[in-house]
Design a binder for this molecule. Structure first.
Ligand code: GLN
Length: 475
């Protein structure tokens, strides 16, 4: 039994004066303090959160309806700009950087009465799959403290599973919402590219970055998306909302056509994870959905494509951190160039440096055609194969990750092995399609994630289908 009711219930109670925002904030802050050992949180926003809560309660006292998230506490990954707190992206180079404006996602949630109580840990600049690349500390998996919570939104996922708050925000460039959701046992949603504004979110790979919720149910996930989705004049890549919105509708899943992605069910998949996924497939079949295997032959190339294109975009996005404008500046430089060098040398961790080097390499004139251009060509193939598949299927399905959460330290000396955790998540980002990870049983006491995909802009349909699937899997 969760210590939080559904988000809509909490907000309804606050609006009716049956619950107080101030008490909900205290509940969240107390839970954060109680579970400090998991190191999910970089900083709490006690004063700002309490102040907002007092104002919300005062508005309710005058009879005002505050909004659909009235008094609901949440936690944002520390790559979202939030007023009243440093935004570090878990990198030393951003230490001391205070947000000069607030991210659109946070603005929209606050406008409906939600209250940001803390900033969550992540792999620095969201580069990673375990939070071990955080320059500050590693978050522990709430289900097994010796294991990683997944990454890069590991702090956000742990916050949800530890029930510090009813929902948290993450970012997903190649799986960073879905992988930690799978490793810790919560719901993680990556929307269609452009559905949620990236304004005020520290950029990683701008053609891939998505903002999305992590929560304990599809219902809560859909509500948070409903609030955040839509066009934003501060992010020109944003798209129109679905005119019907994202609130859940009761749909009939019988007759829905679902393709099981062959490439995700074969070699490299832990047989016990495969067993859980096959059990979910069986439940869907019994409920009347039509499932069959479908091959998308370019998907195994997705990981290589991603690890060429993402570093290219990362190297460009990280060029702005030179010590002159944001956060850390290493003192004692002899001239400007020396200041850049010293600041970046000390400020960036090993993974950021690795990606900057790979990125500048694949973009350099001698190698551009061989790597960057070729990767873009294969990205188009991936997009086309998804598009073709969605002509025959409403949804696609597979595991979120090839294995359950691994041990802390198991992959830290082997970046390639770490990158392999993303093999089933990166292609959705390459294609810009929505994807969700749902808890799907356990293997040796560790959670397993089922991943569902839909065509671009079919977020509403995907969430409705996911809610039905969740019901089948968990009753
Ligand atoms: N794990 C992937 C990476 O290291 C994805 C990160 C993300 O989605 N932010 O790039």
């Amino acid at each position: 039994m969760s210590s939080w009711q559904s988000i809509s219930t909490i907000a309804a109670k606050v609006n009716a004066g049956q619950a107080k925002a101030t008490e909900l904030v205290e509940q969240a802050l107390a839970a954060i303090a109680k579970h400090e050992e998991f190191k999910a949180i970089i900083v709490t926003l006690d004063a700002a959160a309490r102040e907002r809560a007092v104002k919300i309660d005062a508005r309710v006292a005058t009879g005002e309806q505050v909004g659909r998230l009235a008094g609901v506490p949440f936690i944002a990954k520390d790559n979202f700009l939030v007023f009243g707190a440093e935004t570090t992206a878990a990198s030393n180079i951003l230490r001391g950087f205070n947000a000069p404006y607030q991210s659109t996602a946070i603005e929209k949630l606050e406008a409906e009465g939600a209250i940001c109580v803390a900033k969550a840990n992540l792999d620095a600049f969201a580069h990673g799959s375990s939070t071990e690349n955080s320059d500050f500390f590693t978050t522990l998996n709430p289900r097994d403290k010796t294991r990683v919570p997944g990454g890069s939104s590991g702090g956000s996922a742990a916050s949800v599973v530890l029930e510090l708050v009813p929902f948290a925000l993450g970012t997903d460039t190649g799986g960073s919402i879905r992988l930690p959701a799978s490793f810790t046992g919560c719901v993680g949603y990556k929307p269609t590219y452009g559905l949620v504004s990236r304004s005020g979110v520290v950029a990683m790979g701008s053609s891939l970055d998505c903002v999305g919720p992590l929560a304990n149910s599809v219902e809560d996930t859909a509500l948070v998306l409903e609030i955040m989705a839509g066009k934003d004049s501060r992010d020109s890549t944003t798209i129109e909302r679905d005119p019907k919105g994202y609130d859940l509708e009761n749909i009939d899943i019988s007759g829905k056509k679902v393709g099981i992605i062959t490439e995700y069910m074969g070699e490299g998949l832990d047989p016990k994870v495969a067993e859980r996924i096959r059990a979910a497939i069986e439940s869907l079949r019994q409920a009347g959905a039509e499932l069959e295997e479908v091959s998308l032959p370019s998907l195994p190339l997705g990981l290589a494509v991603y690890y060429v294109l993402t570093p290219a975009e990362v190297s460009s996005n990280l060029s702005r951190y030179d010590g002159q404008r944001y956060g850390h500046n290493t003192p004692g430089a002899t001239d400007l160039h020396d200041s850049y060098t010293k600041t970046r040398e000390l400020g960036f961790g090993a993974e950021a440096k690795r990606r900057i080097m790979i990125g500048t390499y694949v973009l350099s004139s001698g190698y551009y055609d061989a790597y960057y251009k070729k990767a873009q060509t294969v990205r188009t193939k991936v997009i086309n194969e998804f598009e073709a598949a969605f002509k025959s299927y409403d949804f696609l399905l597979g595991p979120t990750a090839p294995m359950p959460a691994f041990k802390i330290g198991a992959n830290t000396d082997d970046p390639l092995q770490m990158y392999l955790s993303d093999i089933m998540t990166v292609s959705a980002n390459l294609a810009g399609i929505p994807a969700i990870s749902l808890p799907c049983g356990e293997v040796d006491g560790l959670p397993v994630g089922l991943q569902l995909f839909a065509a671009q802009k079919k977020d509403r349909q995907l969430l409705n289908f996911a809610a039905k699937t969740e019901e089948l899997l968990h009753g």
